[in-house]
Design a protein around this ligand. Structure first.
Ligand SMILES: Cc1ncc(COP(=O)(O)O)c(C=O)c1O
Length: 435
């Protein structure tokens, strides 16, 4: 969706100077917009109460993470580098949730040493934990509901959710949860949380409420079978943002009210205390508050019209990765009559394109384009195939200044892993070789 009027009003006056000074391409994030969304998030959910573990994978930049830590948010980490970033931002202990999958012994050890809340994704990981002397008092379990995820009578509703849980690699099978929690209790775990993520960029409350319902069903089952009281329910990420013009944003306040009513009704019906709610929202917090600024390198005519720009999949993968992904594009300083173009990068991949047959003002070499809504899963997903390097990241500060918060990758970074000490092991001796 076009960036907010406020962001535009703050960004456009300083954009020419930023382009001149820093060069393109760059992602620029809006400090004020991010903070305002944090405030709206807090206002919507504070009465539940709740914890937001910002999904570091969405925007793993220390300057942004520090902003969020200052707002009282925790962090959801899925790898050791993400854990290091969260700690560097000032988070510690249970302000960090470690939602990894296919977790190694090394990852377990480091997450435990950091005091992070572990989100156990599989029985095999619990086996690894059982081998350790420091099994924590509190554990969270990611649950994979399998076919149970579909609300009864709504065939195909699963399509709106995150893939198809029966085929997903994430989480403990729902029908194994009781046995797994019993095992954890035998290992000394005393307090339990449950996690499930079904929503993906959802603009409605339904998948989030459905996730809560499924987790609460498990909470009842665990209490009945094991006498365990579930202390927290983590609804994952997946709260959506409108990427396309005309889409309506998710009504956070209404979601907060609906969650509250659900929890209250459940608590009274089952005479169980309300669990604390947790989120791992990434996209909703930072997504709308970033744009990718890129300049036209070549205006080309083939069987279709093309604007080749100086950014590509190394800067923003979403449009290539997800066929339905859309990013709004504007040319803020051009008012030429409209034409239809494909906006493409320079990778030797035909899906290296930000838009197909998009109506934009007729473009010329050096024209500036803004690709909107790149504040989450944008720079972070970029990759360096073809030696196309990741761009710089900037922050538009509240006072209107623009600060570099990550430099662009350079050739020395690309070649850094070719700088290594020579190493080689000998060939195996051939069986039966003459001595
Ligand atoms: C486990 C988990 N939590 C949180 C998120 C963040 O999702 P979003 O940025 O859409 O809120 C993701 C996204 O991939 C995820 O896999």
């Amino acid at each position: 969706m076009p960036i907010s009027e406020d962001f535009g009003r703050r960004l456009l006056p300083v954009l020419p100077a930023a382009v001149e000074h820093f060069g393109t391409p760059f992602h620029v994030y809006d400090e004020q917009g991010i903070e305002e969304t944090c405030d709206a998030f807090d206002a919507a959910f504070r009465h539940l109460p709740y914890t937001e573990y910002f999904a570091v994978k969405a925007l793993p930049n220390p300057a942004v993470l520090r902003l969020l830590a200052d707002r009282g948010f925790g962090f959801d980490c899925s790898s050791l580098p993400e854990l290091a970033l969260a700690r560097e931002a000032g988070a510690a202990g249970d302000r960090i949730c470690f939602t990894s999958n296919n977790t190694s012994r090394e990852e377990l050890a480091e997450a435990l040493a950091a005091g992070a809340l572990l989100n156990i994704d599989d029985e095999a990981v619990l086996d690894k934990l059982a081998d350790r002397p420091d099994v924590p008092e509190t554990l969270c379990f990611r649950v994979n509901p399998g076919a149970r995820q579909r609300p009864a009578g709504t065939p195909g509703a699963g399509d709106a959710f995150l893939g198809n849980p029966e085929g997903a690699k994430f989480g403990v099978r729902a029908d194994r949860l009781t046995a797994v929690v019993a095992r954890a209790r035998a290992l000394g775990v005393r307090s339990f949380g449950l996690h499930m993520m079904l929503a993906s960029n959802s603009l409605t409350a339904a998948p989030v409420l459905h996730t809560l319902d499924l987790l609460l069903e498990h909470a009842v089952e665990l209490h009945r079978e094991l006498g365990v009281t579930v202390g927290s329910v983590n609804l994952g990420g997946g709260l959506g943002i409108p990427y396309r013009p005309g889409e309506r944003p998710l009504d956070l306040a209404a979601l907060g009210r609906a969650l509250d009513v659900r929890l209250d009704t459940w608590s009274r019906a089952h005479a169980l205390p309300r669990p604390r709610v947790a989120f791992e929202s990434g996209r909703l917090i930072t997504g709308p508050h970033g744009v990718l600024a890129t300049r036209v390198v070549n205006r080309m005519t083939k069987w279709r019209e093309y604007a080749g720009v100086d950014a590509g999949m190394s800067s923003l993968m979403r449009p290539a990765l997800y066929p339905t992904a859309y990013h709004h594009i504007t040319a803020p300083f051009t008012d030429a009559p409209p034409e239809q173009v494909d906006v493409v990068g320079s990778l030797c991949e035909n899906n290296d394109r930000f838009a197909e047959r998009r109506e934009l003002p007729a473009l010329a070499e050096d024209d500036l384009l803004l690709v909107h809504d790149t504040g989450a899963h944008g720079h972070a997903m970029g990759f360096t195939y073809n030696g196309r390097l990741r761009p710089q990241e900037l922050m538009l500060r509240r006072d209107g200044s623009v600060e570099l918060i990550r430099r662009a990758e350079e050739e020395r970074d690309h070649f850094a892993t070719l700088d290594f000490a020579p190493d080689r092991i000998g060939a195996p001796a051939l069986a039966g070789a003459a001595g």
